[in-house]
Design a binder for this molecule. Structure first.
Ligand code: MCA
Ligand code: AMP
Length: 507
């Protein structure tokens, strides 16, 4: 058995303390029938950690990872933690220009990419002098596995203090540039422990894992819960309602974004029979419509538990496990997490008064990577983080999110900052200016939509603009529709009135 120091705050050590005594039991199972025991997790992560330790990396080295979801990708995450390095997950939809920015900004020592991306990532890695590039495929293929196979399966996990960095999670920025949220071992450990108790993880739980693992929801909230509980994960490489339906009867816990719940409800075979063994459905990352909550309860008898979080803070509030789960609210502050709603003067709002949501607690990140000024701006003098979300309390202390002060679109649980898309559009031939908005969408919650004004004499074609964007940025950021107009509505200050555009294109 691997040696881990139970007194240290290395997230891996904390998670491993929850692994079951029977290390031969199944920890991960894929729909194709591949299985991984707890011993495989220990050995596999030890091999990764040995590889990283042998590279002679500097303290705090970043390991940037853009790979398809696989059990091996999870081992890479755990091995990175064990080696005391900093994990930097990247959305698989990001393209060359986006990855170039992250690599330049984070200066990783190691980049791991999908074998199919190597041709375009190699020049990025060379340009920014990243010393090590490995590939990892969805079936565990690639140069990483070859290098790892030669390593020992024993590794003494490097002890970490609570304020040592564990991960950098990039979040989209209002200026169009992403910011790296620095999360410490202490941040993530405190949240994992809190959620483990709050959601009553218990013996025999089985998690159906269908979220991507490059964001907080799938990587932290879902995986940490199962690992800390020593629970088996039914591991889907991606969300597929048919496969979810087939596996649900063997699971007890599921976590998803609202789009996943909408799609399950759209499936004719989904109902009470499929959820017979389930004890918990969790929703987050985007607002769950009360209508979806109600339909889900009618069809299955289950009340989805909605919670609220951010990359910078991990989870902040949750509807209760035993108490009333109220549709349209994100529940109560988690134990140990302070949440306040304040008006423009910073004064706490009474219930039903809308104000800015602020958070303080052991879960709150240590700042934006190499952005001390930006970090300072986002914290109040008494140490509360300004989330950029607007909310209100009800009389029972439940929080509702009623909007965002940040100009952000959330589509299928992914965040898109209009400014970034506008800057790409504005650079295109024939475009004078653009405005990007989110409009209600049955499936994605909000759909990215662009309104563009051509230069005098120029003709713009919707399909051509969309095609150009698709070649440059992640597909989920590409507007589903582009409308060409003569001018954008502006107020007397000259500011584009996006609310008018949202109303006009809502249909
Ligand atoms: C895929 N497409 C999308 C999205 N996803 N378009 C808009 N928004 C999206 N979210 C597009 C693709 O570009 C493609 O377009 C087409 O849909 C099909 O692609 P595919 O990969 O098959 O998509 P899918 O499998 O249908 O994906 C839908 C999904 C996925 C399962 C809902 O988006 C997803 O896994 N979302 C979860 C996001 C997440 O984990 N967020 C957590 C962030 P085309 O056909 O035109 O090429 S963490 C967070 O927010 C905080 C901390 C929190 O509170 O959790
Ligand atoms: P991210 O930058 O990906 O961490 O996204 C965090 C943002 O997602 C939050 O600031 C909220 O705006 C939004 N969010 C997360 N959970 C919920 C929820 N349950 N309801 C509404 N918005 C949510």
């Amino acid at each position: 058995m691997d040696k881990t120091d139970s007194s240290d705050t290395n997230l891996y050590s904390v998670l491993a303390a929850g692994f079951p005594a029977d290390r031969d039991g199944c920890a991960i199972e894929t729909p194709e029938g591949r299985t991984y025991s707890w011993a495989d997790i220990e050995r596999g992560s030890a091999r990764i950690a040995n590889l990283l330790a042998g590279l002679g990396l500097p303290a705090g080295a970043r390991i940037a990872v853009q790979v398809e979801k696989s059990p091996e990708a999870l081992l890479l995450y755990l091995g990175t933690l064990r080696a005391g390095c900093v994990f930097l997950p990247l959305n698989t939809a990001y393209q060359a220009a986006e990855i170039d920015y992250f690599v330049e900004n984070a200066e990783p020592s190691v980049v791991v990419c999908a074998p199919g991306s190597r041709d375009w990532i190699e020049p990025v890695v060379a340009r920014h002098r990243v010393p090590h590039l490995f590939t990892l495929g969805q079936h565990g293929d690639g140069t990483l596995s070859e290098a790892v196979a030669r390593q020992s399966g024993e590794f003494e996990t490097v002890p970490r203090a609570a304020d040592d960095l564990a991960c950098i999670v990039y979040t989209s920025g209002t200026t169009g540039r992403s910011k790296g949220a620095m999360l410490t071992h202490g941040n993530v450990v405190s949240n994992a422990r809190t959620l483990h108790l709050y959601w009553r993880w218990r013996r025999g739980d089985v998690l159906l894992h269908a979220l991507p693992i490059f964001h907080v929801h799938g990587l932290f909230v879902a995986c940490h819960g199962a690992l800390l509980n020593g629970s088996r994960m039914l591991w889907l490489s991606k969300f597929d309602p048919d496969v979810v339906l087939r596996l649900l009867p063997r699971a007890t816990v599921f976590m998803g974004v609202p789009t996943m719940y909408v799609r399950l409800l759209d499936h004719p075979g989904f109902g009470r029979e499929a959820v017979r063994g389930m004890r918990l459905f969790v929703s987050g990352s985007a607002p769950l419509l009360p209508d979806t909550f109600r339909q889900f309860e009618e069809r299955t008898g289950q009340r989805i538990l909605e919670r609220y979080g951010m990359s910078e803070t991990v989870m902040i509030t949750s509807n209760p496990y035993d108490g009333n789960r109220v549709a349209g609210t994100v529940g109560l502050p988690l134990p140990g997490v302070e949440v306040r709603v304040v008006d423009e003067a910073g004064k706490p709002c009474g219930f039903d008064e809308i104000g800015a949501i602020q958070v303080r607690g052991p879960n709150v990140f240590s700042g934006y990577w190499r952005m001390p000024e930006k970090t300072k701006e986002e914290f109040s003098e008494d140490g509360f983080f300004r989330t950029g979300d607007m909310g209100k309390w009800d009389a029972n202390g439940y929080l509702s999110i009623v909007g965002r002060s940040k100009d952000l679109i959330i589509t299928g649980g992914y965040n898109v900052y209009p400014k970034e898309i506008e800057s790409y559009l504005d650079e295109m031939d024939g475009v004078f200016e653009s405005a990007v908005i989110g409009v209600p969408h049955h499936d994605f919650g909000e759909a990215v939509t662009a309104v563009v004004v051509p230069l005098p004499g120029a003709t713009l074609d919707e399909a051509a603009l969309i095609a150009q964007l698709r070649s440059r940025i992640a597909a989920f950021k590409v507007p589903k529709r582009v409308f060409v107009v003569d001018e954008l509505p502006r107020n007397t200050m000259g500011k584009v009135q996006k609310n008018l555009l949202r109303d006009k294109y809502a249909g």
